[in-house]
Design a protein around this ligand. Structure first.
Ligand SMILES: Cc1ncc(COP(=O)(O)O)c(C=O)c1O
Length: 415
């Protein structure tokens, strides 16, 4: 009989031998709406009513007057940048600890991504680092609400006012998150959300831009729809743009997903806070610090730092041991965005040909992001947080078990 005290990786029985909640969550609501759309024969944005309804309801749920649904949460960033009037060679400040798209969208708008470091404890763009990165060419900043915790938006709003910057919230992780009394996506000039498969609400793919500015909304809508304008002719195109419209089937699924968002977000937040309180008692484990302005965290990811010298084991060994215990987890990004080959080699295709010579991303320094990528970051996925509280207890127990067996695991590694 395998011992419950011995680590599963060393032949003991795992701390968790049942699956966690699976993702995506769907049911008869998605099915009903999808079938209704199918039978309507109105499958395109311009014929049906699903996308129009989804845009209204999602925007309202996020404190915004306008929602412009698009094909994903990458082009949503690009459309926002172009709608804001970003021009060739303008600089846009982004974090290095985020998905590729946050910076790639800047290049695809022919503008220059400038990386400013993140805070070591809350993992979001550090306003002080942003201030240091501002130059006369800086025109916008993209704070990412990383993992689902709102960035320190009061500070970014103040900086933006002072330096006349456009603020685009990358809220790809932050459906339903709240900062103070404001919903994520309603604080900057624009919010940008993703509905890709892993996200807290999904239709497989999809995205939306949110804004409270009528002029910016009209500009986004035109760029999303081949440069058309209200009242214009079908073959009349006013600005550089494309067909970025979201289809009706995806909107049918998203309308059903939106109905689940409030209760799912509350659950993830309660479970996330509880797990953070348990894990922070273990030496060397530092769950993402909750900033005072975070009223609701959407926990797209539960993130933590593991300090190997305090825990007694390096991250890769802890992750392998946890996985063997039945806890799905990963190290997340392996290196900061500016270390990616695209930036080191300036592989920007047709973009930035005028500014490329003066760019040198080998000189970018973001030590906090580097440390988290290379040594300390551990991620748990949002779907784990949709189960009962005892699931959190199982995760915490597995961490505790690995910690208690750290010396044994270290001896085995060197045997
Ligand atoms: C922070 C962030 N921004 C933008 C995106 C891009 O979204 P999409 O995959 O829908 O293009 C992602 C997706 O993973 C993301 O994590």
């Amino acid at each position: 009989m395998p011992s419950p005290h011995k680590l599963a990786i060393s032949g003991g029985s795992p701390a968790r031998n049942r699956p966690f909640s699976t993702w995506p969550v769907f049911g008869k609501f998605e099915e009903k709406r999808l079938l209704r759309t199918l039978h309507s024969g109105k499958w395109g944005r311009l014929q049906g009513e699903e996308t129009a309804e989804f845009e209204k309801r999602f925007a309202a749920a996020h404190g915004c007057e306008h929602g412009i649904a698009v094909v994903n949460g990458s082009v949503s960033l690009r459309i926002a940048l172009i709608a804001a009037g970003i021009q060739s060679g303008d600089e846009v400040i982004v974090p290095p600890y985020t998905f590729f798209s946050t910076a790639a969208a800047v290049i695809e708008s022919n503008a220059i991504p400038v990386f400013a470091d993140i805070d070591l404890n809350d993992f979001n763009l550090d306003p002080k680092a942003v201030e240091r990165a501002i130059t006369p060419r800086t025109k916008a900043v993209i704070p990412v609400h990383f993992a689902g915790q709102p960035a320190d938006m009061d500070r970014f709003t103040a900086l933006a006012k002072k330096h006349k910057l456009v603020v685009i919230e990358d809220a790809a992780h932050a459906h339903g998150a709240i900062y103070g009394e404001q919903k994520a996506g309603s604080i900057g000039h624009f919010g940008s959300f993703s509905f890709q498969s892993s996200k807290n609400m999904t239709a497989g793919e999809g995205g939306i831009i949110t804004t409270n500015d009528n002029g910016l909304a009209a500009a986004c809508r035109s760029i999303q729809n081949c440069g058309r304008i209200p009242g214009g002719l079908w073959y009349e195109h006013h600005v550089i743009s494309s067909n970025y419209r979201l289809g009706e089937f995806q909107s049918s699924v998203l309308l059903a997903q939106l109905d689940r968002l409030e209760s799912q977000t509350k659950k993830r937040d309660a479970n996330g806070q509880y797990l953070a309180s348990r894990l922070s008692r273990i030496p060397g484990i530092y769950p993402q610090k909750r900033i005072p302005g975070c009223t609701r965290h959407s926990y797209h990811l539960f993130m933590m730092r593991l300090v190997a010298a305090e825990f007694g084991l390096p991250r890769n060994r802890v992750i392998k041991a946890l996985q063997a215990e039945g806890i799905p987890c990963s190290a997340g990004y392996g290196f900061s965005l500016h270390h990616q080959p695209i930036f080191q080699n300036k592989a920007f295709g047709p973009y930035l040909s005028d500014s490329r010579a003066r760019l040198d991303y080998s000189k970018t320094e973001c030590p906090n992001s580097d440390l988290i990528c290379r040594e300390q970051g551990i991620w748990l996925d949002q779907s784990l947080f949709l189960g009962p509280r005892r699931d959190m207890d199982d995760i915490a127990s597995a961490f505790e078990k690995v910690f208690e067996n750290r010396e044994c695991l270290n001896r085995e590694a060197f045997a």
